[in-house]
Design a binder for this molecule. Structure first.
Ligand SMILES: Cc1cc2nc3c(=O)[nH]c(=O)nc-3n(C[C@H](O)[C@H](O)[C@H](O)COP(=O)(O)OP(=O)(O)OC[C@H]3O[C@@H](n4cnc5c(N)ncnc54)[C@H](O)[C@@H]3O)c2cc1C
Length: 510
């Protein structure tokens, strides 16, 4: 077998059987599950080693007293049959197993003084009318915004990751738009509105993330206008379970409670793994879906790196968007509420040492499967500092007290907006970046340089799916490319395609 040896030609692996080669995959995140499914489809024997007790990694949810609290998917690229990702979801057993819900709105931003809210409709005509109704004096800026979204709707920027090279080439026509909007954040763009409410509300319309690039907003507006970026009914855990079922049907295996400590290497070839219980498992090919730095510097001891890799996988960011999840089970029917609300606070409050002027509230009542009949699961998410929680977690009592304090503050604030809410609370759950780290092994934060990410969509090149000098080894998932369940699933498919190519056989998907 031939495997790429970055910058140094190819590395020959001798003595491996071509047919039915074994592949060990570290991690049952969506990237790992997808890799295993496509490996099985192509005649390889895939086995996943997952340290946790369930599939999905960060694509997860937890249930309590009949409520399902979702920790991940808001918008799924490929929920619409028109998206190139849809085919991947068919291959992986998501379609038709999981029904898709298309949103009518992206978010509703309420008015602090009780005026008419900003509703970001997914239908661009309706959105244009609504924006002009709210801010007639800003018609020019609104026309430009809607026009840009329509232009984006012709390209499906995210879908490029699942497209052919020819489609990527055609999409180069979008390059001027990328250049124009790539460096503008939502809060910068908002200064162009003269209407005070729009200036204030606009920066919050993508998950209340004002420093988000306008490209992301335009990709969202375009995708949702086409009926894509919807919600898989049942949520993230059911989504991951559906792929796991497909894998088992295909004859693949998942071993839970199996934490990999190191990757075994002989003659610069990965030959398997050693688990923390001391046992070893061998395979022809080893693929890591785990946190990049722990794969490269932990499991491989930092032996296969370059300066670029060390810098790329260097110190993770401290600030975690959506780092705090306050999940509430409430005996109240919220099915008439929007699925995402930006709630301005009359008086800013301090939560986790930061002054907050608004809450990002997500009632999941649009999906009846998320709560018992007549009740609703709801989540409030907010950005936070990893270091703050990391320090606090050293003192379990203070950590628990802070989580409880946050929940009480949020419940009081929601009670003002939804009278009677406090008395209807049945379940409270608070997750922090430390929770995510503990359950998925992901370090406290990471931000891929956006320009490289965007360029990768056109060139099809990812950051580092192989490591220099190490044969029979690949990496899949958000650390080796871009975050997003669709993108990591596409990466799993592509890594198997590369393995097939190296083995001189045609790649199949079915
Ligand atoms: C709050 C939030 C919201 C999001 N919203 C969306 C959204 O709306 N749409 C979207 O497309 N994407 C969304 N994403 C991003 C998306 O969920 C992730 O990019 C994607 O799921 C990452 O998958 P992965 O396979 O790369 O890695 P992970 O999910 O991190 O999986 C890695 C797996 O490896 C396992 N593992 C780690 N170390 C070891 C070890 N030593 N031994 C064995 N197993 C190990 C972990 O337990 C885990 O199961 C969101 C993410 C978050 C956190």
């Amino acid at each position: 077998m031939l495997v790429p040896r970055r910058g140094r030609g190819w590395l020959r692996s001798v003595g491996t059987a071509m047919a039915g080669q074994s592949i060990l995959i570290i991690g049952a995140g969506i990237g790992g599950l997808s890799t295993a499914c496509y490996a099985q489809m192509n005649g390889y024997r895939a086995r996943i080693l997952e340290m946790h007790a369930a599939p999905g990694g960060v694509c997860t949810a937890w249930t309590q007293s009949g409520y399902t609290f979702d920790g991940c998917i808001h918008n799924l690229a490929g929920s619409s049959p028109a998206s190139p990702f849809h085919r991947i979801w068919q291959d992986l057993g998501i379609v038709p197993a999981r029904r898709m819900h298309a949103y009518d709105e992206i978010v509703r931003v309420e008015h602090a003084e009780g005026g008419e809210p900003l509703t970001v409709y997914t239908d661009l005509d309706r959105l244009s009318d609504h924006l002009k109704h709210l801010a007639p004096a800003d018609a020019d800026v609104i026309d430009e915004l809607i026009g840009a979204a329509r232009q984006f709707a012709r390209f499906d920027l995210l879908g490029l990751a699942a497209s052919t090279s020819w489609e990527r080439l055609k999409a180069l026509a979008a390059l001027p738009l990328l250049v124009k909007y790539g460096r503008v954040t939502l809060e910068q763009y908002a200064t162009r509105f003269s209407d005070p409410f729009l200036r204030h509300a606009f920066p919050t319309i993508v998950y209340d993330w004002p420093k988000q690039s306008m490209l992301v907003l335009l990709a969202f507006l375009a995708g949702m206008h086409r009926g894509d970026l919807g919600w898989p009914v049942g949520g993230s855990a059911a989504f991951a379970r559906a792929i796991e079922s497909r894998l088992l049907q295909l004859g693949g295996e998942v071993q839970y409670g199996a934490r990999v400590q190191s990757i075994l290497v002989e003659d610069d070839r990965a030959v398997g793994v050693r688990l923390t219980d001391g046992t070893e498992q061998r395979a022809d090919i080893t693929i890591s879906n785990a946190y990049g730095p722990s794969t490269i510097f932990g499991m491989l001891g930092g032996r296969y790196t370059t300066r670029a890799i060390r810098s790329y996988y260097g110190e993770p960011e401290d600030r975690i968007e959506m780092g705090i999840h306050v999940s509430l089970g409430v005996a109240r029917d919220m099915s008439r509420e929007p699925h995402a609300i930006v709630l301005p606070l009359k008086q800013p409050v301090t939560i986790a040492r930061e002054l907050r002027a608004r809450l990002y509230v997500e009632p999941f009542a649009f999906d009846a499967s998320m709560a018992p009949p007549g009740k609703s699961a709801l989540k409030v998410v907010m950005a936070t500092s990893y270091r703050y929680w990391h320090e606090l977690a050293r003192q379990p009592e203070r950590y628990a007290r802070e989580k409880q304090q946050i929940a009480e503050t949020i419940i009081d604030l929601l009670d003002r907006r939804f009278p009677g809410f406090k008395g209807q609370i049945e379940v409270v759950d608070v997750a922090t970046p430390v929770t995510t780290e503990r359950f998925t092994g992901n370090g406290h934060g990471f931000k891929s340089p956006f320009s490289r990410m965007a360029l990768g969509l056109f060139t099809g090149r990812r950051l580092s799916q192989t490591l220099p000098g190490l044969g029979n080894f690949y990496m899949v998932g958000q650390w080796a490319g871009m975050p997003g369940v669709s993108l990591v699933a596409a990466m799993g498919r592509d890594v198997v395609r590369s393995i097939c190519r190296a083995d001189g056989k045609a790649f199949v998907a079915w």
